[in-house]
Design a protein around this ligand. Structure first.
Ligand SMILES: [Zn+2]
Length: 304
């Protein structure tokens, strides 16, 4: 995702942090029992208040991984492939992940996004523990890390980040199949950026920094609009244990891969499906908020 989109989604996740836990589920979809849910919501409420007093850090921290840390080509992606796309899949599969009886393969050098999310989550958790023990870290430093983490979680929802066909063919990559031209990735993220920017500006979330930050809404803007009075039902949140995080984020990346297969069909990946993009945009944005809330709350609650 691009600059304003990251800022926008981090803000929206804070706004929905409490309300979206009203229908908190276990990973298997079952309801969380009322007492546990009440406890989690109470703790999430205090996290929300602390976030609100550090809002000024979001615009830098949620963008720092692209801008300052620059670990894009390793930790913002997890580029999977399947045997349906490449007949020589077996020659390049360094790791195999399974979901719903389907195999997803990772070639060497194709990214470690779930590892980064898992690792950063553990670091934040450690910082919270050390803060309690000897006041080693300020709340400002910890909030900064929470916002930094948001970048990687949001990026896992970008379908193109989880599909090897988004790369140019080359060494260590399967050859007997079709890739799509690299112009799409930037183009689709730009569509979302243009959709979010006018809403973010009108809601006071995004500061207008350039004349090209347009105030005019696009046809995609309604799809990325989340109103706390009307849209809570679209945001799904899950009660996660720290030990679940790794598998959860891998599943999230597999889900993004499946979405990319809808956008870029195997038979002709250059024939990008704009109708699917419209359908998927709402889900991608709603899931970004729901999963960010779920992971933030998981890290916070284990340390309360
Ligand atoms: Zn990124």
């Amino acid at each position: 995702m691009k600059h304003n989109t990251h800022i926008y989604l981090a803000h929206k996740s804070i706004e929905f942090l409490y309300d979206s836990l009203g229908d908190l589920r276990q990973i298997n979809g079952k309801k969380v029992n009322a007492r546990k849910k009440q406890k989690i919501r109470r703790e999430a409420k205090s996290l929300q208040r602390i976030f609100i007093s550090h809002l000024d850090r979001i615009s830098e921290a949620s963008w720092a991984p692209d801008d300052i840390i620059c670990d894009k080509s390793i930790f913002h992606i997890f580029k999977l492939f399947t045997e349906d796309e490449f007949s020589d899949f077996n020659d390049y599969a360094k790791k195999t992940y399974k979901l719903n009886n389907k195999n997803y393969y990772l070639a060497s050098g194709s990214g470690g996004l779930p590892y980064k999310i898992d690792h950063l989550s553990r670091i934040i958790s450690d910082m919270l523990k050390l803060r309690k023990y000897n006041d080693s870290f300020s709340m400002q430093q910890i909030m900064y890390q929470f916002f930094l983490l948001s970048h990687y979680i949001i990026d896992a929802h970008v379908p193109m980040h989880c599909d090897i066909r988004d790369d140019n063919p080359g060494k260590n990559k399967p050859k007997n199949g079709k890739y799509y031209k690299d112009r799409w990735h930037g183009k689709l993220e730009q569509i979302w950026e243009k959709a979010c920017t006018p809403i973010g500006i009108s809601e006071g979330i995004i500061t207008r920094e350039r004349s090209k930050d347009s105030l005019d809404k696009t046809s995609y803007s309604p799809l990325v609009t989340f109103d706390i009075d009307k849209d809570v039902k679209d945001i799904k949140t899950y009660c996660l244990e720290p030990r679940d995080l790794m598998d959860y984020t891998i599943r999230l990346c597999i889900n993004s891969k499946e979405r990319n297969l809808r956008l870029f069909p195997i038979s002709d990946p250059n024939d990008m499906q704009e109708k699917e993009l419209k359908k998927l945009t709402r889900k991608i944005f709603a899931d970004s908020i729901g999963n960010l809330v779920s992971i933030w709350v998981c890290i916070w609650c284990q340390n309360q």
